[in-house]
Design a protein around this ligand. Structure first.
Ligand code: ATP
Ligand code: MG
Length: 261
């Protein structure tokens, strides 16, 4: 192996040091150190209220950290606005879906590639057509295994198909780091298998962080697993180490977990 290959990605793509987030007196996330390597698949596990979604929010900048530092691609982004972090290459999905249910699959993705913000904004008309961007939208549809569903209204998709579409939406900005918040929540067994296959087939150059309570999905997709409890990281290891860890069993597996919390 040449030295260039060894040193190319010596720095992690994402580095958190002493990161915390308070909401009034509540420490939703506290003192988190985290290094994620380029191209890594990382799962974040933990019981309801552990701080997993808040951790995503501080990384993406939706709710900035109240302490500590965040470096992305070697750059200190701790004080950088969410939209600029997105431009630098962060993409994410949300625990509750943010799709336009009254529009078709293709129009949702078309708006995403146009950079129309998801969420509360509800476009009355789909903006002027651009064939190149339409083509990109159709590529993304195929990449999340929704070929043939282009003109289906999102409200008529199954729950699993909506989750697939959200991953396509997160890919629209060509992120270097993708953060998926419970992509398998509420899915049937068959849909979870399809989603796992989709995640395993994603471009290996995209770094993936996945919050997932479904151990089958998390441990099949991830190379490393971070377990949170009470705002802190309490265990980190390979899927095999996590399976064998007594703390994980005591705190998580024995206690169950409510999806869509
Ligand atoms: N915007 C907010 N304002 C106040 N408190 C918040 C806010 N967001 C999260 N919290 C609190 O922070 C703690 C961690 O919540 P978070 O949503 O990060 O947990 P989680 O691990 O994602 O849980 P779940 O598995 O249920 O999704 C909880 O006590 C929650 O009530
Ligand atoms: Mg959550």
């Amino acid at each position: 192996m040449s030295e260039a290959v060894v040193t190319e990605h010596a720095e992690p793509i994402l580095r958190l040091r002493g990161v915390g987030r308070r909401f009034g007196g509540l420490h939703a996330v506290r003192d988190v150190d985290l290094d994620v390597a380029h191209g890594e698949r990382r799962a974040i596990l933990g019981p309801n209220g552990a701080g997993k979604t808040t951790l995503f929010n501080v990384i993406s900048g939706d709710f900035p950290a109240t302490s500590g530092s965040i470096h992305f691609l070697g750059q200190d982004v701790t004080g950088v606005a969410a939209r600029h972090r997105a431009k630098l290459g962060m993409g994410r999905t949300y625990q509750k879906t943010r799709l336009f249910h009254g529009l078709s699959v293709e129009d949702n993705l078309y708006l995403a590639v146009l950079g129309v913000k998801q969420g509360h904004l509800r476009p009355v008309v789909v903006p002027k057509q651009d064939e190149e961007l339409r083509g990109r939208a159709r590529e993304l549809i195929a990449s999340v295994h929704l070929g043939g569903r282009e003109s289906t209204l999102v409200g008529n998709l199954s729950h699993g198909e909506q989750r697939q579409l959200e991953i396509g939406m997160a890919r629209a900005s060509d992120p270097k780091l993708m953060m998926l918040d419970e992509p398998a929540s509420g899915l049937s067994r068959g849909e979870r298998v399809a989603l796992t296959d989709l995640l395993l087939g994603l471009d290996p150059s995209i770094t993936l962080i996945l919050i997932e309570h479904d151990m089958d999905v998390a441990l099949r997709v991830a190379q490393r697993v971070t377990m949170m409890h009470d705002g802190r990281v309490i265990v980190e290891g390979t899927p095999d180490e996590i399976r064998a860890n007594q703390t994980v069993h005591d705190l998580y597996l024995g206690r169950g977990h409510q999806a869509d919390g």
